[in-house]
Design a protein around this ligand. Structure first.
Ligand SMILES: [Zn+2]
Ligand SMILES: [Zn+2]
Length: 119
C-alpha cells in the first residue's frame, strides 16, 4: 500500500476513535442525568404519597400495563408504567381526608387519623 493511503487510513481510524469516545462520554452523561431525574422523581413521588399516620412512603411508581384496574385510583391505567401519579406498597386513599394511608392504617377506606374523629 502506498504510504499516503496508509496515512489516510490511520487518520480516519484516529478520527473514528475520537468520535466513539465523545459518543461514549455523551451516553454516560445522559445516563447520569436520567438517573438523577429518576431519583428526583422518586423523592417527589414519596413526598406526595406516604402514609398520613406512620409516614411510610410509596416504594415507587406503579408499573402497570394496559387495562389494569386500580381499585383506589379513579379510572383505569391505559399505558404501561411507570405511573408516578399512582403509589404502590398498599397505600390507599382515605375517603374522609383524601390523604394516603398504608394497609395497616386504613380500614374500609378510612384512615386511622379520621377514625379518631368519628363519633
Ligand atoms: Zn401507616
Ligand atoms: Zn383520613
Amino acid at each position: 500500500m502506498d504510504g499516503w493511503k496508509g496515512r489516510i487510513d490511520h487518520w480516519l481510524e484516529k478520527e473514528r476513535e475520537k468520535r466513539e469516545k465523545v459518543a461514549a462520554r455523551e451516553t454516560e452523561k445522559q445516563k447520569r442525568r436520567r438517573e438523577k431525574e429518576e431519583a428526583e422523581k422518586l423523592t417527589e413521588h414519596q413526598r406526595r404519597f406516604h402514609c398520613c399516620v406512620c409516614g411510610k412512603p410509596s416504594p415507587g411508581p406503579f408499573m402497570g400495563l394496559t387495562g389494569v384496574p386500580i381499585s383506589d385510583w379513579p379510572g383505569w391505567v391505559d399505558e404501561p408504567g411507570p405511573h408516578w401519579r399512582i403509589p404502590t406498597g398498599g397505600l390507599k386513599k382515605c375517603s374522609q381526608c383524601g390523604q394516603w394511608a398504608c394497609e395497616e392504617h386504613i380500614h374500609k377506606g378510612i384512615c386511622q387519623n379520621c377514625a379518631k374523629r368519628l363519633c
